[in-house]
Design a protein around this ligand. Structure first.
Ligand code: CP3
Length: 356
């Protein structure tokens, strides 16, 4: 399996998403959606009826098939490889399971500094080969259509929170207690996560991912600004610095960091992913209009009647004001109750309103 030779960074990309990620002019605003492949699609639910989530993720042909489902159904402008942020923890030694209706569970969560020191730091080619192969398949499939494939991984805090809590948390008590009581082991944990995630992201780019997105889903929800700056930002900076040489644009998507969006964006990445909490123009101003952004429709908008959905789409577009460097997206993942017709309508509306 040979890795793809990357086009030199200064060659102008032709796809709308990759152009917008570099702040270049586009003929219309490109659109793709977080969790665009998921339970809201009957085709996905049918596949899930036959395979567990981890089976879908680890079987390259199945992961590629799921990746392409929404791209084919709705004509989205990018594919995001079907995977999850948690499987890298398995290679490190954690036992991950997605319990029915209960979200992710880790049977042997981190409880002590010794548990941190026992974590392995294996290369992605060994432990995440299925996702890398899925990227190769999807890239080959989409190359002729000019649709880029996006790879992704979780940021260190978000992964550490699952490793320590043993699942999704409401208040991150165990994570924060560990961070504050064992600062040296906390730093070692985040350093290991940076190593694993940087290698995984670089491997995704080498396998053909044309952009990378880093999800920091929970730091903003869990931490005060000063704790973020002291205990999280240094690791995020290390991660973004380590993947800057991958040769593809990187999206820094740090959710819920409204009160320290500027600081979170300053950790790195070419593009800033915006959640739905601040109006787009205010958030964009906070990160700097020279920096491309992606977002920021509230995914609940897709549950609203058509008129309300359209008004909310239009508002995001009005606030983007046709500036170069906006990729339309939701501000957090689509929920399972999303009607597929709303997704169809959204894509059409963005096209109608922005074709220049
Ligand atoms: O199409 C895409 O967007 C790509 C696929 C994707 C998944 N997870 C598949 C998935 C992506 C980008 C993710 C990222 C992810 N996973 C994040 C970061 C983004 C965010 O939402 O904040 C996080 C925190 C996770 C962890 C995770 N995975 C949780 C908490 C859950 C359970 C909650 C839920 O929605 O069920 C998952 C499961 C998961 N990952 C599903 C999918 C499609 C649903 C599970 C299923 O099919 O049974």
């Amino acid at each position: 399996m040979s890795d793809r030779a990357e086009a030199p960074r200064d060659a102008e990309p032709t796809s709308l998403v990759l152009r917008a990620f570099r702040g270049l002019p586009v003929e219309r605003t490109p659109v793709w959606l977080l969790r665009q492949a998921g339970r809201y699609m009957p085709e996905y639910r049918a596949l899930r009826g036959r395979h567990s989530l981890l089976e879908l993720i680890r079987t390259p042909e199945l992961a590629a098939e799921v990746t392409l489902l929404p791209v084919d159904a709705f004509g989205l402008d990018a594919a995001i490889v079907f995977a999850d942020i948690l499987p890298p923890l398995v290679g490190m030694g954690l036992e991950l399971d997605f319990a029915e209706g209960d979200g992710p569970r880790i049977a042997n969560r981190i409880e002590s500094t010794r548990d941190v020191d026992l974590l392995a730091v294996p290369p992605a080619e060994e432990t995440l080969a299925g996702t890398l192969e899925a990227i190769r398949i999807v890239r080959d499939e989409l190359e002729s259509r000019g649709t880029p494939v996006i790879g992704f991984a979780g940021a260190p805090f978000t992964l550490a929170s699952y490793a320590i809590e043993g699942g999704t948390s409401r208040d991150f008590t165990r994570t924060k207690a560990f961070m504050l009581s064992e600062p040296a082991a906390w730093k070692r944990l985040l350093t290991k996560l940076v190593t694993v995630q940087a290698d995984y992201l670089r491997a995704q780019a080498a396998a053909g991912a044309q952009a990378l997105q880093v999800f920091d889903s929970w730091a903003g929800r869990a931490l005060a600004r000063e704790d973020y700056l002291r205990h999280v930002a240094p690791s995020n900076r290390e991660l973004f610095a380590a993947i800057a040489s991958a040769g593809v644009p990187v999206v820094n998507f740090s959710l819920g960091v409204g009160s320290y969006l500027t600081e979170a964006a300053a950790c790195g990445g070419d593009v800033v992913g915006l959640d739905w909490q601040l109006p787009l123009d205010e958030a964009w101003e906070a990160v700097g209009f020279e920096r491309p952004v992606q977002g920021n429709l509230d995914p609940a908008s897709l549950l609203a009647p058509r008129r309300e959905l359209e008004a909310r789409i239009d508002e995001v577009l009005e606030r983007a004001a046709g500036r170069p460097g906006h990729v339309f997206n939701v501000g957090h993942g689509l929920v399972p109750a999303t009607p597929p017709d709303s997704v169809r309508r959204l894509v059409e509306r963005v096209r109608e309103r922005t074709s220049r």
